[in-house]
Each structure stands twice: as structure tokens, then as C-alpha cells.
Design a binder for this molecule. Sequence first.
Ligand code: KG4
Ligand code: ZN
Length: 357
Amino acid sequence: MLVLGIESSCDETGASIVRDGRYVLSNALASQADLHARYGGVVPEVAARQQLAAIAPALETALQKAGCRWEDIDAVAASYGPGLAGPLLIGLTAAKTIAFASRNPFLGINHLEAHIYANWLLTTPENGQSTNKEDAAPQFPLVCLLVSGAHSELMIVRDHGIYELLGQTRDDAAGEAFDKVARILGLRYPGGPSIQNAAKQANTAVAAKIRIPRAKLRNPYDFSFSGIKSHVNRMAQAAQDEGQVLDTANVAAAFQDSVVDSLVTRTVAAAREFHVSTVLLAGGVAANIALRQKLAAELQKIGATLRFPPVEWCTDNAAMIAGAAYFHLHRGETSPLTLDVAPQLALPLYSPASSAE
Ligand code: KG4
Ligand code: ZN
């Protein structure tokens, strides 16, 4: 089954064709990051206008690269939330229009769930080099750490669509913390890659001496990143007051270590407590090399394995939308053409208590 997926929830316009929820035939992406870098963050109105300009070319590229004709497509999917209302509306309307015109099923996809399904994607041999390391699909139950620009959630995935929340951020999301700290340090938007690059120049011994306080939370699986951000802010302020130049590379490394440590400790504890042997990383922050390496090493110590998508499938893309859609379609689910955007959409979570009922 060939699914055409569309992603437009923020500042990336994506169109992709995926076979059977796993094989990425094409994955077109137009990024507006350079445009928003000028403002230090995404300007919603600008993002919506850009989506409108980029959607038709992205669709054409996706079809062309996949070697497909419109008639070959079996279903059309788009993310309907969470995200920015204006940008979401462009991709969702495009998907509904194509589905209506081609009399194909339409599916609105939860963008957060799609990030998780990026772990199922594979490239076809004729379509490039990057691939999820293992060809076999992830086996349930899984622990999943979903860390993006607006979300940080640790959950158990019991089966397709069955998410049990263990913990989440009490304040900023992990990606949001990277973006805000990059801004404080005068680094370019988006902050994650900028901080990762700056941290590469750090002196490990010096960075390790920078003490960043850790938050203590009642739920051992919850996260908090705003304290780390405020601490970096105070350091930057103090350096400015004293007329000193802030040691950007070492502060970036200390910040990254602190966030990674907080994410890794809780994820490993969850895998151990719930005897889960496979952990999935998902969302834009899953692109972070330090996080991947430390989490993989710590999980190995308890006999668990880490899976993560290649970098281009961690950040927003349409292949993950088409991939997630397949698993819904497989269960006979479709969406009505009246489906509206849902900017505040959350994952459909089961609490362990309710699932036991
Ligand atoms: O999933 P995503 O592309 O968009 C949302 O759904 O939010 O995630 C974007 C977030 C941004 O906050 C960005 O700074 C962060 O992911 N990010 C990273 C890295 N690449 C992107 N954070 C840390 N390290 C990276 N290499
Ligand atoms: Zn995303």
C-alpha cells in the first residue's frame, strides 16, 4: 500500500510516499529555518505563508522522486496537530483535497505519534544510504522517549496506539530548552544543532566543572528543564556584568550534558523497572548525538537496546506521517473530510490505572 504523507505543522513543508508503513520511496522537505533564524524563532504568520508557497512543489518532488503517478497512491495522510494552526491548515487542506479528488481514503495523523513511527521507517535500496539499523520492526512492549520542540514525554508503548504515560516535563520541553539556551548564548536557531556543534569545541574537563543544579521532582519519571535554562541565563548575565566573554563552548557542553543526563537517567530507570528490552528515541531532540550515545551505552549495561531514526527522520518530516497512517489504515481507520486542525492535540494516553480497568 502506498501512502502519501504531508507534514506542515511548523516551519517544514514535507511530502513523502511510503510503502506499507516502512519503506520510504521519497521524502521531500522544504525548510524555512533560514528565514526564521533572523527572528530567533518561528513566526507563525510567516510560517503559514511559506507553507502555502512550498506545498505544491513538495508534492511534485515527492511523486517524481518515488517514480509514482497520482493513480498509484492508495491513501493520503496529513498531520492535523499539535502545531501552529495556520501552517497545519495548509497541509491538512491539501491532503483532504487530494483524497477527495482521487477518491482515496484520508487520514489525519497525530504529529507526536508520527515521530514515534519514524522508528519503523526504512529506505529502499535504490533510495539512499541512511536506514534504521535493524530491519525488523520494533517489538512491543517498548519504552519511548519522545523529545521535541514542544514535548518531552516518557512512555510505555504496549502495542500500536497504546501509550501509557510514565512522566513528562513540568515546564519547558527538551527542544525548547535547547532553543532558549542557544538564544541566551547567541547561537543560531534552531538551538539543538547549534548547541551540539558548539559543545564539540568544549574542553571536557573544563565543561565538567561547570555545575548546573538538577531538579528534584516528586514523580521520578518527570523532567524539568527551566531551572537549567535559568542557571545558564544567570551565568551569561554575570559574565556580562563583569565585562567577561562567556565561555560559550563549555557552557553549551555543560548544558547539553545536564539535559542528556536527566533524559538518560529516567529512560534507563523506566526500561529497568518495566523489564522492557527495546527503547525508542523519537522527536527532534533524538537527533542529538550525545543523547543517542549515552542512552545506548547505559541501556547496554542493563541488556536493553536503543533504536533511533536517522537524523532526517528525527526532525519534522512527512515520511513519519505516511508511516504512521499505514498502521491506522491497516486497522480499518480513516478520518472524515470534515476533520479540522487541532493545534493543542495530545497523544491519546492511557494511564496504567485506566488500562487495568
Ligand atoms: O520534532 P521537531 O523537529 O519539531 C517539533 O515537533 O517540535 O523538533 C524540533 C526541536 C527543536 O527544539 C530543535 O532545537 C531540536 O528539536 N533539535 C535538537 C537537535 N536537532 C533538533 N536538539 C538537540 N540536538 C539536536 N541535534
Ligand atoms: Zn515534530
